[in-house]
Design a binder for this molecule. Structure first.
Ligand code: URP
Ligand code: ZN
Ligand code: ZN
Length: 498
């Protein structure tokens, strides 16, 4: 491994770089998977978990990590650690570019116990292939594994063809459709339908940013006419009802096509209620949750008033919502100030990649809303299953990649821009304290976070291919066949009578 490439440029000194051992024994921790937990040792060789069992005997040259009294959990969805299914690193958006790139954003992730993320590729000049190549280039400095979703921002024959290339040749199995951001990323219902059909035929998951973009545009005009130009205009211009409307519409269109749907960043009771209704008859969703006001907090859909947060947490604990992503999409105060006189120009997005594992623990596990196994499920395993990389990732099992965190439930965390690892100069969770702490992060068998020190190596992260036709597609063929039969049945009866 190329430890000498450790990037001193963003505050990680050469001296902290890459102490790697090819053999590791994590001793005596409680090993947690989504459906099972046991006190056991975890033995790692050359980046792979070799054994998970009590009292493993190893030779002297093995590095020991004591995990007694602590949890040993998957780091990412595919491997073993947290997986963040929703990030935007080095993304050009709203006239600027997110301040965290594939190195700083991933370094922050590792310090917070996330060991894999899935980022959104934005097409270049309408080309998916060009977008993919551009993002592969950006990701060359990766220090942890990553995958891609692809955004679909227009529709024609070449987009349809390129979707196939993405799925069959480039390891992408999900496409995001923006129902908001009128005039830039937004698409209409016709495109949404065509896109859903194409996703279905390719076995790829359709994802939606669900807000009614036309109505948001009107809402923004309304605010400006009323003289409301400050950041409070952002949430006021795009109320929860517009999120509910678009969520309901996307769900119904996906149902019409009979293809699975993933609703990203669910921010309101309105959207969650639609999902809950739909899930009674099947389908799935994703979630990102946050709260608060002010320029730094501007994201879309907006952070809602009190009440939505608790309802979303309850939905997460009962399985209505299935996983937690961050939508990490950060801009510094100078970039946020582009909208100082007009909230419509504030680049949309907030941080979360480093904070997710701690916040979800404190909010969901410490409060008793979810079990420790449930925590692994919503931060790791469910993501691996949905994006079809389980059990290669998302569980601590012999044969899996060694992406592991050691989590101390008796320690504590405090969030501050002065100590976080993102390049942004503010943190939407500033001052937030809670119980639990990611003490060690291991990625590919390397200890990259320990004693509050990062030892990250640019270029060590790998692109993870995600194959199509995840479990979500099971039974779709049968349902389609039954539907066709049901359509033909009355015709036959009619013919036999005549
Ligand atoms: N969410 C947000 O405000 N920014 C990132 C782009 C998106 O996911 O819509
Ligand atoms: Zn979005
Ligand atoms: Zn996003």
């Amino acid at each position: 491994q190329s430890d000498q490439f450790c990037d001193a440029g963003i505050g990680y000194s050469e001296s902290t770089c890459g102490i790697s051992s090819s053999k590791l024994l994590i001793k005596g921790g409680t090993v947690v998977n989504a459906h099972h937990q046991q006190i056991a040792d975890v033995y790692v060789e050359d980046g792979i978990i070799v054994a998970v069992q009590p009292n493993i005997k190893v030779p002297d040259d093995v590095t020991l990590l004591d995990a007694a009294g602590k949890y040993v959990m998957p780091g990412d969805e595919n491997r073993k650690g947290g997986i963040d299914p929703h990030t935007h690193l080095a993304m050009e958006f709203m006239g600027t570019e997110t301040i965290d790139d594939y190195f700083s954003g991933q370094a922050a992730a590792l310090a917070g116990g996330t060991t894999m993320h899935i980022d959104f590729v934005i097409p270049v000049n309408g080309s998916l292939v060009a977008g993919f190549e551009a993002y592969k280039k950006k990701a060359k400095k990766s220090c942890m594994d990553y995958g891609f979703h692809m955004a679909i921002t227009k529709w024609d024959e070449s987009v349809s063809r390129e979707m196939e290339i993405m799925v069959k040749e480039k390891g992408i199995n999900s496409f995001k459709f923006f129902m908001a951001y009128k005039g830039s990323l937004m698409i209409n219902d016709e495109l949404l339908l065509q896109g859903f059909e194409r996703c279905k035929s390719l076995g790829a998951l359709a994802m939606v940013h669900a807000e009614n973009g036309d109505a948001v545009f009107e809402g923004q005009k309304r605010m400006i006419e009323l003289g409301i130009t400050g950041p409070e205009g952002h949430a006021l211009s795009r109320p929860a009802v517009l999120e509910g409307e678009a969520t309901a519409r996307a769900i119904r269109l996906a149902k019409f096509v009979n293809t699975p749907l993933y609703v990203v960043h669910v921010m309101s009771i309105d959207a969650m209620d639609e999902i809950a209704k739909a899930r009674k008859s099947d389908f799935l969703t994703g979630i990102t949750f946050f709260m608060l006001q002010g320029r730094r907090y501007v994201m879309s859909p907006p952070i809602r008033e009190a009440g939505h947060d608790k309802a979303l947490q309850a939905a997460l604990s009962t399985g209505v919502l299935q996983l937690v992503g961050t939508d990490h999409c950060v801009f510094n105060s100078t970039q946020k100030a582009f909208g100082i006189d007009d909230f419509r120009k504030i680049p949309n997005g907030v941080n979360g990649i480093e904070e997710r594992m701690h916040l979800v623990w404190d909010t969901m596990v410490e409060s008793g809303q979810i079990s420790v196994s449930g925590y692994v499920r919503i931060t790791s395993t469910e993501c691996a299953r949905i994006f079809n990389i389980y059990p290669r990732k998302g569980a601590i099992l012999a044969g899996s990649d060694a992406d592991i965190i050691i989590f101390n439930p008796n320690s504590s965390f405090e969030i501050s821009a002065s100590s976080h690892h993102s390049r942004t100069d503010t943190n939407v969770y500033e001052g937030r304290k809670g119980k639990g702490k990611v003490e060690v992060t291991i990625v590919g068998g390397r200890v990259v976070w320990k004693d509050d020190e990062l030892r990250v190596v640019p270029g060590s992260g790998k692109y993870i291919d995600m194959p199509p036709f995840s479990y979500l597609f099971n039974g779709i063929d049968k349902a389609d066949a039954m539907y066709r039969t049901s359509l033909k049945a009355p015709v036959k009866r009619f013919k036999s009578k005549s």
